[in-house]
Design a protein around this ligand. Structure first.
Ligand code: MN3
Length: 198
Protein backbone atom coordinates (compact mmCIF):
# COMPACT_ATOMS: atom_id res chain seq x y z
CA UNK A 1 0.00 0.00 0.00
CA UNK A 2 1.31 3.47 -0.84
CA UNK A 3 1.84 5.97 1.94
CA UNK A 4 -0.69 8.75 1.74
CA UNK A 5 0.15 12.35 2.64
CA UNK A 6 -3.03 14.31 3.23
CA UNK A 7 -3.22 17.70 1.54
CA UNK A 8 -2.94 20.73 3.80
CA UNK A 9 -4.39 24.22 3.62
CA UNK A 10 -1.33 26.42 3.11
CA UNK A 11 -0.92 29.83 4.67
CA UNK A 12 -1.65 32.82 2.48
CA UNK A 13 1.45 34.58 1.10
CA UNK A 14 0.27 37.86 2.74
CA UNK A 15 -1.71 38.90 5.86
CA UNK A 16 -5.51 38.78 5.64
CA UNK A 17 -5.81 42.58 5.62
CA UNK A 18 -3.08 43.12 3.01
CA UNK A 19 -5.31 43.22 -0.07
CA UNK A 20 -7.63 45.94 1.22
CA UNK A 21 -9.39 48.00 0.00
CA UNK A 22 -9.80 45.87 -3.15
CA UNK A 23 -10.35 42.63 -1.25
CA UNK A 24 -11.43 43.00 2.33
CA UNK A 25 -10.19 41.03 5.33
CA UNK A 26 -13.47 39.40 6.42
CA UNK A 27 -14.14 38.04 2.92
CA UNK A 28 -10.59 36.74 2.58
CA UNK A 29 -10.60 35.08 6.04
CA UNK A 30 -13.83 33.23 5.33
CA UNK A 31 -12.84 32.40 1.78
CA UNK A 32 -9.49 30.90 2.78
CA UNK A 33 -10.26 29.46 6.20
CA UNK A 34 -13.68 27.97 5.48
CA UNK A 35 -14.27 27.61 1.74
CA UNK A 36 -10.78 26.62 0.61
CA UNK A 37 -10.41 24.41 3.70
CA UNK A 38 -13.54 22.50 2.68
CA UNK A 39 -11.97 21.61 -0.70
CA UNK A 40 -8.79 20.39 0.97
CA UNK A 41 -10.88 18.19 3.26
CA UNK A 42 -13.00 16.97 0.34
CA UNK A 43 -9.91 16.05 -1.69
CA UNK A 44 -8.44 14.11 1.24
CA UNK A 45 -11.79 12.35 1.72
CA UNK A 46 -11.95 11.33 -1.95
CA UNK A 47 -8.38 10.04 -1.99
CA UNK A 48 -8.96 8.05 1.21
CA UNK A 49 -12.17 6.56 -0.20
CA UNK A 50 -10.40 5.51 -3.42
CA UNK A 51 -7.56 3.97 -1.44
CA UNK A 52 -10.13 1.99 0.55
CA UNK A 53 -11.86 0.92 -2.68
CA UNK A 54 -8.55 -0.37 -4.08
CA UNK A 55 -7.68 -2.24 -0.89
CA UNK A 56 -11.12 -3.87 -0.76
CA UNK A 57 -11.46 -4.38 -4.50
CA UNK A 58 -14.86 -2.68 -4.27
CA UNK A 59 -15.37 -0.05 -7.00
CA UNK A 60 -19.16 0.25 -6.73
CA UNK A 61 -18.87 3.99 -5.90
CA UNK A 62 -15.90 4.81 -8.14
CA UNK A 63 -17.90 7.21 -10.33
CA UNK A 64 -18.96 9.23 -7.29
CA UNK A 65 -15.43 9.42 -5.89
CA UNK A 66 -13.97 10.36 -9.29
CA UNK A 67 -16.35 13.32 -9.37
CA UNK A 68 -15.40 14.26 -5.83
CA UNK A 69 -11.72 13.98 -6.75
CA UNK A 70 -12.18 16.30 -9.76
CA UNK A 71 -14.36 18.83 -7.91
CA UNK A 72 -12.38 19.13 -4.67
CA UNK A 73 -8.98 18.62 -6.30
CA UNK A 74 -9.65 21.37 -8.84
CA UNK A 75 -11.14 23.55 -6.09
CA UNK A 76 -8.00 23.15 -3.97
CA UNK A 77 -5.56 23.82 -6.84
CA UNK A 78 -7.49 26.78 -8.26
CA UNK A 79 -7.66 28.43 -4.82
CA UNK A 80 -3.89 28.02 -4.42
CA UNK A 81 -3.49 29.68 -7.82
CA UNK A 82 -5.98 32.41 -6.91
CA UNK A 83 -4.05 33.40 -3.74
CA UNK A 84 -0.81 33.42 -5.74
CA UNK A 85 -2.48 35.48 -8.47
CA UNK A 86 -2.78 38.43 -6.06
CA UNK A 87 -0.32 40.60 -4.22
CA UNK A 88 -0.55 43.78 -2.13
CA UNK A 89 2.05 45.18 -4.59
CA UNK A 90 0.17 43.90 -7.64
CA UNK A 91 -1.67 45.51 -10.51
CA UNK A 92 -0.56 47.36 -13.57
CA UNK A 93 0.59 45.84 -16.83
CA UNK A 94 2.90 42.84 -17.11
CA UNK A 95 6.42 42.81 -18.50
CA UNK A 96 8.63 39.94 -19.63
CA UNK A 97 7.52 36.74 -21.41
CA UNK A 98 3.85 36.96 -20.43
CA UNK A 99 3.61 40.45 -21.92
CA UNK A 100 4.94 39.17 -25.26
CA UNK A 101 2.58 36.19 -25.22
CA UNK A 102 -0.39 38.43 -24.41
CA UNK A 103 0.52 40.61 -27.37
CA UNK A 104 0.88 37.59 -29.68
CA UNK A 105 -2.24 35.77 -28.44
CA UNK A 106 -4.69 38.65 -27.92
CA UNK A 107 -3.32 41.57 -29.92
CA UNK A 108 -2.42 43.71 -26.90
CA UNK A 109 -2.90 44.12 -23.16
CA UNK A 110 -6.06 46.23 -23.46
CA UNK A 111 -7.81 43.62 -25.60
CA UNK A 112 -6.66 40.82 -23.30
CA UNK A 113 -7.93 42.66 -20.23
CA UNK A 114 -11.30 43.37 -21.84
CA UNK A 115 -11.77 39.75 -22.87
CA UNK A 116 -10.67 38.40 -19.48
CA UNK A 117 -13.00 40.76 -17.57
CA UNK A 118 -15.94 39.98 -19.86
CA UNK A 119 -15.24 36.27 -19.46
CA UNK A 120 -15.15 36.51 -15.64
CA UNK A 121 -18.38 38.52 -15.53
CA UNK A 122 -20.12 36.07 -17.90
CA UNK A 123 -19.37 32.86 -15.96
CA UNK A 124 -22.74 31.24 -15.32
CA UNK A 125 -23.41 30.60 -11.62
CA UNK A 126 -20.24 29.46 -9.83
CA UNK A 127 -16.82 29.31 -11.43
CA UNK A 128 -13.60 30.90 -12.53
CA UNK A 129 -11.91 32.76 -15.36
CA UNK A 130 -8.46 31.38 -16.08
CA UNK A 131 -5.54 32.60 -18.15
CA UNK A 132 -3.72 29.47 -19.28
CA UNK A 133 -0.70 28.61 -21.42
CA UNK A 134 -0.88 25.71 -23.81
CA UNK A 135 2.66 24.30 -24.26
CA UNK A 136 1.64 22.29 -27.33
CA UNK A 137 -0.12 25.16 -29.11
CA UNK A 138 2.40 27.68 -27.71
CA UNK A 139 -0.25 30.29 -26.99
CA UNK A 140 -2.32 31.71 -24.18
CA UNK A 141 -6.03 31.03 -23.82
CA UNK A 142 -8.68 32.58 -21.62
CA UNK A 143 -10.89 29.79 -20.34
CA UNK A 144 -13.65 29.48 -17.78
CA UNK A 145 -14.32 26.77 -15.26
CA UNK A 146 -17.89 26.14 -14.17
CA UNK A 147 -17.86 24.90 -10.59
CA UNK A 148 -14.11 24.10 -10.42
CA UNK A 149 -13.61 21.39 -12.98
CA UNK A 150 -15.85 21.85 -16.02
CA UNK A 151 -14.92 23.49 -19.35
CA UNK A 152 -11.15 23.31 -19.10
CA UNK A 153 -8.95 22.57 -22.12
CA UNK A 154 -6.76 19.51 -21.65
CA UNK A 155 -3.04 20.16 -21.56
CA UNK A 156 -3.19 23.81 -20.56
CA UNK A 157 -1.15 25.18 -17.67
CA UNK A 158 -3.16 27.68 -15.59
CA UNK A 159 -1.23 30.90 -14.95
CA UNK A 160 -3.70 33.38 -13.46
CA UNK A 161 -7.22 33.06 -12.14
CA UNK A 162 -10.09 34.95 -10.58
CA UNK A 163 -12.66 33.21 -8.42
CA UNK A 164 -16.18 34.39 -9.31
CA UNK A 165 -18.14 32.11 -7.00
CA UNK A 166 -20.43 34.35 -4.94
CA UNK A 167 -18.49 33.41 -1.76
CA UNK A 168 -15.48 35.15 -3.33
CA UNK A 169 -17.07 38.60 -3.46
CA UNK A 170 -20.63 38.79 -2.15
CA UNK A 171 -19.88 40.10 1.38
CA UNK A 172 -17.96 43.04 -0.04
CA UNK A 173 -19.48 43.61 -3.47
CA UNK A 174 -22.94 41.97 -3.16
CA UNK A 175 -24.29 41.34 -6.68
CA UNK A 176 -21.76 43.67 -8.34
CA UNK A 177 -19.43 41.03 -9.76
CA UNK A 178 -18.16 43.43 -12.42
CA UNK A 179 -16.97 45.83 -9.67
CA UNK A 180 -15.07 42.99 -8.00
CA UNK A 181 -13.42 42.05 -11.31
CA UNK A 182 -12.47 45.68 -11.94
CA UNK A 183 -10.94 46.08 -8.46
CA UNK A 184 -9.12 42.74 -8.74
CA UNK A 185 -6.90 44.06 -11.55
CA UNK A 186 -5.21 46.24 -8.90
CA UNK A 187 -3.98 43.07 -7.18
CA UNK A 188 -2.74 40.93 -10.06
CA UNK A 189 0.70 39.47 -9.38
CA UNK A 190 2.33 39.47 -12.83
CA UNK A 191 5.65 38.36 -11.35
CA UNK A 192 4.07 35.07 -10.31
CA UNK A 193 2.45 34.67 -13.73
CA UNK A 194 5.87 34.93 -15.37
CA UNK A 195 7.27 32.41 -12.87
CA UNK A 196 4.51 29.93 -13.73
CA UNK A 197 5.16 30.42 -17.41
CA UNK A 198 8.70 29.25 -16.59
MN1 MN3 B 1 -13.56 30.26 -3.78
Amino acid sequence: MIERHPHQLSELPYPYHALEPHYEERTLRLHHGAHHKAYVDGLNRAEAALEKARSQGDFALVKHWCRELAFHGSGHLLHNLFWESMSPQGGGEPSGPVAQLIEASFGGFGQFQQQFSATAVAVEASGWAVLAYHPELKRLEILTAEKHQDLTQWGTRPLLTIDVWEHAYYLQYQNRRADFVKAWWNLVNWGNVNKRLG
